[in-house]
Design a protein around this ligand. Structure first.
Ligand SMILES: Nc1nc2c(ncn2[C@@H]2O[C@H](COP(=O)(O)OP(=O)(O)OP(=O)(O)O)[C@@H](O)[C@H]2O)c(=O)[nH]1
Ligand SMILES: [Mg+2]
Length: 254
């Protein structure tokens, strides 16, 4: 299934993404079509009086989040699940280039806009996506628990991140397709071990069931908000929050 794109909000180098997960190329956001179009990658503050009329556009702070990982791990589906609460199964059609969607979250009374960039996992688009890394405030690295090589390639994704992203970028490792119990080849403990080795928070997700999808983005939004607002006396520990809120595969919806 594909959706019509509007010119506004379409990223440079992107083209139609007709993933079964409804594609992320709806141009619902306010992107400028340039990786650095919003400035230096620093969070942006918008006051309501200067915000546009659409209520979804009202926000206090804004951050860029990027989804990376091998082709087919479920990046587009995770984003569609988060944005629309839907999972549309069907034949897999790879994302072409890069695209984004916006979602505003209410984090402890503060409206936090996440501009979420969905990248193509295919090697041939790597040069396009590299240009966007440096503006990202957070990067979610995804692998597929039913695909060992996508797990083994996380090391390579991390190397790219270190090369192209900002040093203080918020990172998280997600093992997606946790619903696919019969096809699983990567154990949850393997994901935990790898995340520990890299010093990044980890959880398993499922775009199909919704497991932990909302949590992944909320946790990142909380961390970014905390960092940008530097709330005195308040501490936010991303890993602790994730450990407390995370649900196991086979459990409930997010
Ligand atoms: N069982 C299951 N299948 C999933 C899940 N997420 C995605 N899929 C399937 O995996 C395939 C790939 O999903 P996409 O989201 O398009 O993958 P992608 O990472 O965006 O791939 P590229 O755009 O090529 O980088 C599709 O057939 C989806 O239906 C999940 O959580 N569980
Ligand atoms: Mg995709």
């Amino acid at each position: 299934m594909s959706r019509k794109k509007t010119v506004k909000g379409k990223a440079a180098g992107s083209s139609s993404s007709s993933s079964p997960c409804a594609g992320t190329g709806t141009g619902t956001g306010t992107g400028t079509g340039s990786p650095s179009g919003r400035g230096s990658g620093k969070p942006r503050t918008v006051h309501p009086s200067t915000a546009s009329i659409s209520s979804s556009e009202f926000y206090d702070i804004s951050f860029k989040v990027m989804l990376v990982g091998d082709s087919g791990v479920g990046k587009t589906c995770v984003l569609v699940r988060f944005k629309d609460g839907a999972f549309l199964a069907g034949s897999f059609i790879s994302t072409v280039g890069i695209d984004f969607r916006n979602k505003v979250l209410n984090i402890d009374g503060v409206k936090v806009k996440l501009q979420i960039w969905d990248t193509a996992g295919q090697e041939r688009f790597r040069s396009v996506t590299h240009a966007y890394y440096r503006d990202a405030n957070a990067l979610l690295m995804l692998y597929d628990v039913t695909n060992k090589s996508s797990f083994d390639n996380i090391q390579a994704w991390l190397t790219e991140i270190h090369e192209y992203a900002q040093q203080d970028v918020v990172l998280m490792l997600l093992g997606n397709k946790a619903d696919a119990t019969h096809d699983r080849v990567v154990k949850r403990e393997d994901g935990e071990r790898l995340a520990k080795e890299f010093g990044v928070p980890f959880m398993e997700t499922s775009a199909r069931s919704g497991l932990n999808v909302e949590l992944a983005f909320t946790a990142v939004a909380k961390e970014l908000k905390h960092r940008s607002m530097k709330e005195p006396g308040e501490k936010f520990m991303l890993q602790e929050y994730v450990n407390k809120e995370m649900k196991g595969a086979g459990c409930c919806r997010s």
